[in-house]
Design a protein around this ligand. Structure first.
Ligand code: ATP
Length: 360
């Protein structure tokens, strides 16, 4: 069992508030991912759970017991860091068994457990090597094994994949997923990578400025973002966000910019007239090379990706308006070509001047 409750957890460094009155219950066996931009307080939260950082105030409970005053080693948690921090003068096997030695586990038992976890994360062939002889991905597997061997109730992982290249990241991401399936332990994972959060998490905690901006399943976060910030953070390419204004015509809500004016869904009936930002995901933009649509824009750039083609349009901003079209047919479009774009009402998001979602 490892149910972790954070109650009004707060951490200030002098006048800098790193984590502000954060409350959340992480269920036993849950894979929870804290995600957000640099400086949002993810690492500080994780370090307080681990016991490496004292909260300024607030409570941390593990299975109902307040652990604020417990030493890190007495909390039953295992931490994996971004830098693998292996002992350079010990072999991989000695690195992995280190935690067991500290606990005075017998040599036979140590050897058995090291073999077992080495197999689990596929580093058996590395056991006699020194860390300097291991690649980045191999070192990170060893770091995982070193934590695994201590059999923690909860794994705390601080950007464990961020020093790896894209392919290895995907490989080890799948590995983390598999370990979670097999071990059925609680995983608390910190990352600034939205894709990692989306693929791994049962629930995502989106942090901003030391606070929880949104908490929900990956699907909820993606399809029902509470704010401009969340909408912009998740999805690749990111959501199109266009500044303009809401107005009402004949009782129906509409949105206009200098380039276009479109009807808003009935859910926006009560939204007052005034400045707002319209959002639509690139995969929901309809593309018509014949030039019919809610707005006609010239192509700026075409990116054929194989499975899809990304089309960037000039909308008078730096950022460009993006559409994703399946297949390669759109790849023949030339820069400058005028293309019709449809923005279906059911896929539109609207955000107020304070960044909060209007008409959820
Ligand atoms: P990153 O992804 O860059 O690690 P993060 O979201 O993990 O960012 P934290 O490392 O938790 O963010 O930092 C949150 C805030 O607290 C930042 O403003 C940071 O500068 C500040 N901070 C963190 N540790 C300390 C410290 N030891 N002393 C002073 N300020 C700190």
């Amino acid at each position: 069992m490892a149910r972790i409750e954070l109650r009004n957890l707060h951490k200030a460094y002098g006048s800098v508030v790193a984590v502000r009155d954060l409350s959340i219950t992480i269920e036993d066996g849950e894979f929870i991912v804290f995600v957000g931009p640099s400086g949002c307080g993810k690492t500080t939260t994780l370090r307080m759970i681990a016991g490496f950082e004292d909260p300024t105030r607030g409570e941390i409970r593990i299975d109902g017991r307040v652990v604020n005053d417990l030493e890190p080693r007495d909390r039953g948690l295992g931490m994996v860091f971004q830098s693998h921090a292996l002992f350079p003068h010990k072999t991989v096997a000695q690195n992995i068994e280190f935690g067991l030695r500290m606990k005075k586990v017998s040599a036979d038992e140590r050897a058995r457990r090291v073999r077992e976890v080495a197999e689990m994360v596929k580093v058996t062939h590395l056991l006699a090597k020194m860390p300097a002889q291991c690649s980045g991905g191999e070192s990170q597997r060893v770091a995982l094994a070193r934590t695994l061997v201590t059999n923690p109730s909860t794994f705390l992982l601080d950007e464990p994949l961020s020093s790896l290249d894209a392919k290895l990241r995907r490989e080890l991401r799948a590995e983390c997923d598999r370990l979670h399936e097999v071990l059925k332990r609680t995983f608390i994972f910190v990352t600034h990578d939205q894709e990692e959060a989306m693929t791994l998490a049962d629930r995502i905690v989106v942090m901003r400025g030391g606070e929880i901006e949104q908490l929900g399943s990956p699907m909820q976060i993606y399809s029902d973002p509470v704010s401009h910030f969340v909408a912009d953070f998740f999805g690749s390419p990111s959501m199109n966000l266009v500044a303009g204004e809401v107005f009402h015509e004949g009782g129906a809500p509409r949105f206009r910019t200098e380039l276009f004016s479109i009807r808003l869904p009935a859910s926006c009936n009560a939204v007052p007239a005034g400045p707002a930002t319209l959002g639509i995901r690139p995969e929901n933009v309809g593309v018509d090379p014949q030039g019919h649509g809610d707005v006609v824009l010239p192509v700026r750039l075409v990116e054929p990706l194989g499975k899809d083609t990304l089309l960037y349009f000039d909308d008078g901003t730096e950022r460009a308006f993006v559409a994703v079209v399946a297949g390669l047919a759109a790849a023949t479009l030339e820069p400058g070509a005028k293309v019709g774009l449809t923005l279906p009402a059911e896929h539109l998001f609207l955000f107020g001047p304070d960044g909060r979602r209007l008409a959820r």
